[in-house]
Design a protein around this ligand. Sequence first.
Ligand code: ADP
Ligand code: ZN
Ligand code: ZN
Length: 654
Amino acid sequence: MSSIIEVAIPVPLNKTFDYLSSQEVVVGMRVKVPFGRKKVIGIVLAQKNKSIFDKLKSVEEVLDDVAILDASILDFLSWSTNYYHHPIGEVISTALPRNLRIGKKAVITKMNRLPIKTSDPNFKTTDEQQLAIDKISASLNEYHGFLLHGVTGSGKTEVYLRIAQTILDQGKQILVLVPEIGLTPQMIAHFESRLKTNIVSIHSQRNETQKLDAYLMAKDAIAGVVLGTRSAIFTPMPNLGLIIIDEEHDSSFKQQSGFRYCARDLCFVRAKQANVPVILGTATPSLEILKNVIDKKITRLTLTKRAGNAILPKVNLINMRAEAGNVLSVMLIAKMKQYLSNGKQVMLFINRRGYAPIYFCTQCGWKSECGHCDSSMIYHRHINRLKCHHCNNEKIPEQTCPDCGEQSLEVLGYGTQRLEETLSSYFANTPIIRIDRDTTRRKKSFEQHLEKINSGDPCIIVGTQMLAKGHDFSNLAMVGILDIDGGLLSSNFRATEYLAQLLIQVSGRAGRNEQQGEVAIQTRYIEHPIFNYVLSNRYTQFASTLLKQRAQAKMPPFSHQALICANAKVKQNAQDFLQEMVSLLKSFNINSVEIWGPTANVIEKKSNYYYFNLYLQSVDRKSLHQMLSTLSQYTNTLTLKNKVRWYLDVDPIE
Ligand code: ADP
Ligand code: ZN
Ligand code: ZN
């Protein structure tokens, strides 16, 4: 006898599909089913007595002997589907490792072994650490949100490790989420050297077999600790006892394509469902989390001092108005020389890769721009190419100006490559280590760079954002921050929040051991209020002034947003589609939701598509979601829907 089953299939449709199965299946197993003219892999969501459809097709193959998704993870995925108004099939497929998605067998290839030797730390916890540990330990068997707000270098990891040990002793599992490039081999080694359990990691540097093994070891409760980047939030862990999110403020916890979830936000849902505590650690809490602290939904624990004998670095500003177009001020070079000659390491942060951001004509002002995007072409010297960082379009630079014909083309501005070159002219005998996406593309190369830095030999480290995250370089004494003025002038309402976080995080790399470190920030806007707070390390005060502004303007986190973005090759289509959307949304008569737009995206054209945005905002989350649910029932009625590509982003950050 055949039974009827409901299956989730990875297609962009807000529904599930019924099939007949002659074999025994249980909820959470994978099945191969015919879909249109193709065969696809879906997940069994339910057994049914009857279907509203007649003529059901039959399951072709049952791929698992046991469920690969248990009831609790399915509940969590279904909650996520409803909240993000994203098709269940796509949500589930985002949650699965690729090898399971494509139908490979759910078997562990190579079990990773227990750490050979663990050791205890050679220091005692500080009073502040101990207080945090005690407070968290008092509610280990129930849901409770903790913000571990500790200045850079205050030893947040030590707090995680001690709590983790207690949880492991209770026979439970721990999920640790870290930012995209924050999961360094050092961090994994750190956990392995302390916790006697199987530790698996799930991140982009692992191959697919390793990712599947890690997933299955978590699912079968063989792994005690799962360390991973954002998608690890979906790992099935039957004995989950604690969730830790390190560097909570980091924007990489939000997925920016396809299923646009935020792992930082979802960790609360998962922790509540599993009835376990969640710890969010950072030196620079996001305004969202701080608001939760104010609303008493989360308990804030503070570590105000650096661990050991280290103290926070001294931060200075260098006024670049006085420096005629030089990238490195005289003062910065002098300071660097001083630290390097004392055997210390120096780091320079510049948030742009490539050689120079502008290739232009000194005679007529012509500028090289990408033909497919509204963006200038970045010069990459080692390959002598102009590259668009939006669509990866590249070309050989022109020799003469296409507009005036003169041989007067030059580069303007600095990226990491040009900075590296300039530095080598000032510091001929000092090794320079450049860390950006171009130098770390190969697997392992980031690791190799970090190893060199960790050797402690004097060197200059040049890099982008990648350097801001959680690294603990013990011989790094000085940090120089260049070219941040763009962030001060940005129109994004979150720009100053992000900039303050970035400045404090980058600064926090300096002076991790006994001697006080130093930070020099080069800017043309020394009078900007942000520096008042950054110089004296008063992030919390700065954040509370930002929170007041947001409250007054009713902006997130005091209201909730959703973004509907449409893009099309024909600009008018994108605009008209959103206009049609506005009429539809208004017809729902949900007045507590404001509708803004359509407006052109900051970068209107990307890869030949024109991007337009519609923002929905409400102080009442329920109304906003009611509007989105209603919308999903009516999207079929939008007449221009086949002329555009569009997506919904709930709680957008762009
Ligand atoms: P954070 O993550 O808060 O920036 P880390 O966890 O990286 O800081 O800790 C910074 C350094 O301080 C690490 O090298 C760590 O081993 C050390 N450390 C942590 N706790 C203590 C302590 N109680 N006494 C001495 N050193 C400590
Ligand atoms: Zn010209
Ligand atoms: Zn482009």
